[in-house]
Design a protein around this ligand. Structure first.
Ligand code: ZN
Length: 334
């Protein structure tokens, strides 16, 4: 984990972002693995760890992700990963973690989608208690895997609604796999009281954000930054208070924006769109959530007030328990 940017000089006027309570709402479980853990786990299984810092573009990204999954193919490894994820979030001032999990990757190993989700929830409860970070799960549909697995994920997520599962996600390549194809699983999620939290407006433009709102009833949108290509849509997001769970470095490395200085986060905030700041896939992209906050301060020029607003958005717009929200609000106000 590297902090490539230096903190501005005057410590008397600059707030410590580590101390800012924040929610981490856009983090995929496997890609939250520490680099050293990937090597150690791969060694233990006698396999070659995938390259995690040499790719660029979405196809290479999917390849690297397969290597992360291979490293977890051992009965002990999921528990080690979960414990380290919560430890790392605690160290960065994360008060609430909404972790993206993919039960379909583990359904065969544990016997069913429900069994896989139950096992991951047990591990997360234990890690949450150890490290003092509240959590909710976002079981995430792989949009490239077809409708039947999507329905399985949605039904399983719905069965654990209120027991650790808070939202239903949709990830992987938007191109050729539009949001509207997944209206049925998202109807199941919403009927169970889960927030609808699809990826959209990342690899496809504003029409994908439009679909996420209309076909999936999105409560929050992961990425969503390409809404800026349609000003009326930006105005609608602001007016309806639909938050975007933004990941600046991910957007640069997957060619959604040309360079960090061109990232539209500042513009979105100025237009009144609520945004949170997140790491997405830190083992592949580099920065953890604290480094992303620092990057927004140093490269995008976000003020302490804007950073605090993003932190509050990342707590307030979720289904985190009321006591977690109240404690975070007090900490942010301080
Ligand atoms: Zn993502």
């Amino acid at each position: 984990m590297t902090l490539t940017e230096t903190t501005p000089a005057d410590p008397a006027t600059v707030r410590d972002l580590r101390a800012l309570p924040k929610g981490h709402l856009h983090l995929h479980m496997e890609a939250a693995m520490r680099p050293a853990t990937l090597v150690a786990m791969s060694d233990a299984l006698g396999i070659e760890p995938p390259p995690v810092d040499t790719f660029r573009g979405f196809t290479a990204f999917i390849e690297s992700y397969r290597g992360l999954l291979a490293a977890l193919d051992h009965p002990d490894h999921l528990g080690i990963l979960m414990d380290q994820i919560f430890a790392d979030q605690a160290a960065q001032g994360v008060a609430y973690l909404e972790l993206g999990v993919s039960p379909h990757f583990y359904a065969e190993r544990y016997g069913s989608y429900d069994a896989a989700l139950a096992e991951m929830l047990d591990l997360a409860r234990s890690a949450s208690a150890t490290h003092g970070v509240a959590f909710g799960f976002m079981p995430t549909i792989d949009r490239m895997a077809g409708l039947e697995p999507a329905l399985e994920v949605a039904r399983s997520a719905a069965r654990f609604a209120g027991e650790g599962v808070v939202s239903l996600g949709l990830a992987a390549d938007e191109r050729g796999f539009p949001c509207a194809d997944f209206a049925e699983p998202f109807a199941i999620g919403r009927a169970a009281g889960l927030q609808s939290t699809p990826h959209a407006g990342e690899l496809v433009g504003p029409e994908s954000v439009r679909e996420a709102l209309d076909a999936l009833g999105a409560d929050r949108i992961l990425h969503g930054v390409r809404a800026v290509e349609a000003p009326a849509l930006v105005a609608e997001l602001a007016e309806r208070g639909i938050p975007l769970d933004v990941c600046p470095t991910s957007n640069v490395l997957l060619d959604v924006v040309a360079e960090i200085g061109e990232h539209p986060l500042t513009y979105l905030l100025e237009q009144g769109v609520r945004c949170s700041i997140n790491a997405d896939d830190p083992i592949l992209f580099g920065p953890d959530i604290l480094a992303e906050y620092e990057l927004c301060r140093t490269s995008l020029g976000l003020s302490d007030e804007q950073l605090a607003a993003c932190a509050w958005t990342s707590i307030e717009t979720t289904l985190a328990p009321a006591d977690v929200k109240a404690a975070a609000k007090a900490g942010i106000d301080r």
